[in-house]
Write a protein that binds this ligand. Structure first.
Ligand code: NAD
Ligand code: MG
Length: 350
């Protein structure tokens, strides 16, 4: 444990893996997170059974990697810990199948808090409910483990009936390699609300809109599409890489003084108090469950808004310009392809 932070951080040395020693873990789903958790736990000596639909194309790869496979219901029946790693929108339906098999003292284990926090899944009082959420895509959770490295993660306990919930969750975190890098304690509420806010306001929504409006501003003013693409989209990665490695400081140090002065004086004219108020409103909708209600209803209606917006985004001119320009820089793509090889095979496997 480290005391320098506002939350606890757990490492391998803080974990007693015997809390999973006589347990069977059912891993439901074999996608991004599922395959990584199942294989890592298996290689850490934990008894694992993968739960998949009868017709799932993931059954074959899971078996080929030496894992036992059953239906979700059968896996849950045999297991003491049920790790729910199907897509969040599918979880309530899969939960219906496994609920009858949740025995006194079993653990329901999640990698994201949405369904618990917004009451889409209401577990019985006789089970523990925990979360170990790796802070990275599943193929990295797997790759890091294979390289004897770790993936940072989050730990949360929603319900502790056995008194052992946190220790068991930590043993799970160790089994997938997270405590090698450090596991930060949080709550289902905090993980869910910050995750949704982050992806909406900054990471996915905010940044995509910033790029598109920047691009449109240049093109509308008569500059070439190619220049607009490079300035507003392509260079984003170089800037973000610097921030990832050394924070904002590394970025400001690396760009020219002109860029630093211009950025520091103009940045808050773009993301101004109005944008801040909009962010606060987005956060309010997350906190009060309005976003969750909307997204659940959207799925029940077969995603009309999602489908339309997903298509419109694909049709934006910047995507076309980018596709043509990236083809000219094929060496960059070739590099990334070899890095993402295993992820692609996984995704295609389903
Ligand atoms: P995923 O989309 O990769 O797929 C999960 C798997 O679920 C599929 O491969 C398949 O085996 C199964 N599945 C799909 N549809 C199904 C259906 N209709 N019925 C039954 N099974 C079905 O999922 P993921 O991205 O690994 O997400 C799993 C959980 O992990 C989610 O709670 C997610 O929020 C969380 N999480 C994901 C990431 C990430 O980067 N992918 C990171 C942290 C947490
Ligand atoms: Mg996230």
């Amino acid at each position: 444990m480290t005391e320098d932070f506002t939350t606890e951080i757990y490492y391998d040395g803080d974990v007693d893996e015997s809390h999973l020693a006589n347990s069977t873990v059912a891993v439901l789903g074999y996608g991004s997170q599922g395959h990584a958790h199942a294989l890592n736990l298996h290689e850490s000596g934990v008894d694992v059974i993968v739960g998949l639909r009868e017709d799932s194309s993931s059954r074959k790869p899971a078996r080929e990697e030496g894992l036992e496979v059953a239906t979700a219901a059968e896996a849950a029946k045999q297991a003491d810990v049920v790790s729910i790693l199907v897509p969040d929108t599918v979880q309530p339906a899969v939960y219906e199948e496994i609920e009858p098999h949740l025995e006194e003292g079993d653990t329901l284990q999640f990698a994201h808090g949405f369904n618990i926090h917004y009451n889409q899944i209401q577990p019985p009082e006789h089970v523990d409910v925990t979360m170990i959420a790796p802070k990275s895509p599943g193929h990295l959770v797997r790759r890091n483990y294979e390289r004897d490295e770790g993936t940072p993660g989050l730990l949360a306990v929603y319900q502790d009936t056995t008194g052992d919930a946190k220790d068991r969750a930590l043993a799970y975190a160790k089994g997938i390699g997270c405590t090698r890098a450090g596991v930060v304690e949080t709550t289902f509420k905090e993980e869910t609300e910050t995750d949704l806010f982050g992806e909406q306001a900054v990471l996915c929504g905010g940044i995509a809109q910033l790029i598109k409006v920047g691009y449109e501003t240049l093109v509308d003013a008569g500059y070439s599409e190619e220049m607009a693409y490079f300035e507003c989209m392509n260079e984003m990665k170089l800037i973000v890489d610097l921030m990832y490695e050394g924070g904002l400081g590394a970025m400001w140090d690396s760009v020219s003084d002109t860029a630093e002065y211009g950025g520091l004086t103009r940045g808050d004219e773009i993301i101004d108090d109005h944008a801040r108020e909009n962010m606060e409103e987005v956060l309010r909708q997350v906190q009060e469950g309005e976003f969750a209600t909307e997204w659940v209803a959207e799925n029940q209606a077969n995603r009309p808004v999602y489908t339309q917006l997903n298509q419109a985004e694909k049709n934006h001119e910047i995507e076309d310009v980018g596709e043509r320009l990236r083809a000219l820089f094929a060496w960059e793509e070739a590099n990334e392809e070899s890095e993402d090889e295993d992820e692609k095979t996984r995704v295609q496997a389903d």
